[in-house]
Ligand binder design. Structure first.
Ligand code: FAS
Ligand code: PHB
Length: 389
């Protein structure tokens, strides 16, 4: 088996890269560990940066996103019963689209099907080989037998737990990590959202986020101890705690109902440098993780795809390898800015178990500065809608 670009991982990064390359006549094969249904069952991100939405349209898969996605021109920040709005459009002329990652992945799968794209599911033991030579290949179990896929390049889009990052020699890798002493308990419910925009709340009881997928599907999060499990949180306890963490007038109009999904995600910041080793290129969660506070995980995967796609295009179309040579530095420059923003948003909005009275006053001052200062709000807005690629 041979292709030009072998892609490990059929999540949003792998599928988007495959679709973009296909549109330029560049062959790809995607090797995915899970079933398609499993991949499509994941409930994750919900906010698309301007750049990501543009890339989806460039890939020819933006139709449903533009028809069903919600333009959000701003977001609200609540601090106990006080709330203010950051107006993205007035401050930057831009906005974000609220459109679930599950829908993004579904649109990409449908486009790959229509294009006759090759995505092999239930691949086991996927292993990149000879990545530091000009004849890399991948071995993997599929259809009951060992297979070999020869290729020009390998895109490691296999998420945090995939094999690609491990193919970079340990002595070459520098890994940066920060863990947070809390997680996010997320709930999906078939209820109308409490507000037409997102509400990020810093309350004396901890962080909460009110989001949505559509007029009848709400997505809520509350900060919770890492030791908790979803079973510790019956629906009624979740709703009661959420009501205590958002402004009273919103709590009064909050419509509750049964959860259709409930899960806890730990918060972590992580970056692996470099993102390239020979003919292996890491993309998305394979190379970096952010706390979801800034809605940057999925969006940073998209910016990696943007850089790698254009670098591969220049290689095949113009015999120009500068983009490939500079890929890691270029992608990391933007990644570290999203890491900073996600870390800052997490710090300003969460209550830390060991927070001193001084820390608390500084956090309150940060929120007050954001409430009162247009420059501070513009900085948040331009990061939130997405820095330029
Ligand atoms: P993904 O992890 O999505 O995809 C990697 C793919 O590789 C998967 O399909 C996996 O099955 C496959 N794979 C793994 N190992 C393999 C192997 N050995 N062989 C073949 N395939 C393999 N981001 C936000 O912006 N907002 C959020 O609210 C948010 N919430 C999240 C909640 C959770 C629980 C998690 C885990 C992440 C969340 N994220 C959020 C981040 C998330 O959206 C990621 O950034 C996004 O999925 C990144 O996409 P990929 O890089 O494609 O990685
Ligand atoms: C979501 O809707 O899932 C969501 C929105 C914004 C975030 C994180 C998650 O910062």
């Amino acid at each position: 088996m041979r292709t030009q670009v072998a892609i490990i991982g059929g999540g949003p990064a792998g599928l988007l890269l495959s679709q973009l390359l296909h549109n330029q006549g560049i062959e790809t094969i995607v090797l995915e560990r899970r079933t398609r249904d499993y991949v499509l069952s994941r409930i994750r991100a919900g906010v698309l940066e301007t750049g990501f939405a543009g890339l989806m349209r460039e890939a020819g898969v933006g139709g449903r996103m533009d028809a069903e996605g919600y333009v959000h021109a701003g977001t609200r920040i609540a601090h106990n019963d006080e709330m203010f709005r950051v107006d993205f459009e007035a401050l930057t002329g831009g906005h974000v689209l609220v459109y679930g990652q599950t829908e993004v992945t579904r649109d990409l799968y449908e486009a790959r099907d229509a294009a006759g794209g090759q995505t092999l599911h239930e691949c086991a033991g996927v292993k990149p080989r000879d990545v530091d030579t000009d004849q890399p290949f991948i071995t993997f179990l599929h259809g009951g037998k060992m297979n070999r896929l020869d290729c020009d390049f390998i895109a490691g889009c296999d998420g945090f737990y995939g094999p690609s990052r491990q193919a970079i020699p340990e002595e070459v890798r520098t890994e940066f990590e920060k863990t947070y002493p809390f997680g996010w308990l997320g709930m999906l419910s078939e209820t109308p959202p409490v507000d037409h925009e997102l509400v990020y709340s810093n309350s004396d009881r901890g962080f909460a986020l009110c989001s949505m997928r559509n007029e009848g599907l709400s997505r809520y999060y509350i900060q919770c101890p890492l030791a908790d499990s979803p079973d510790d949180w019956p629906d009624e306890d979740f709703w009661e705690e959420l009501k205590r963490r958002i402004p009273a007038e919103m709590a009064e109009r909050l419509v509750t109902g049964p959860s259709i999904e409930k899960s806890i995600a730990p918060l972590r910041s992580y970056v692996c440098e470099p993102m390239r080793w020979g003919r292996l290129f890491l993309c998305g969660d394979a190379a970096h993780i952010v706390p979801p506070t800034g809605a940057k995980g999925l969006n940073t995967a998209a910016s990696d795809v943007n850089y790698l796609y254009r670098a591969l295009l220049a290689h095949y179309k113009d015999n120009d390898d500068e983009g490939l040579e500079r890929y890691s530095d270029t992608a990391l420059a933007r990644i570290w800015k999203t890491q900073r923003f996600s870390w800052w948003m997490t710090n300003v909005l969460h209550r830390y178990p060991e927070q001193s009275p001084f820390d608390l006053r500084v956090q309150q001052a940060d929120l007050a500065y954001l409430r009162d200062n247009e420059t501070a709000q513009k900085a948040l807005a331009e990061n939130y809608i997405g820095l330029p690629y």
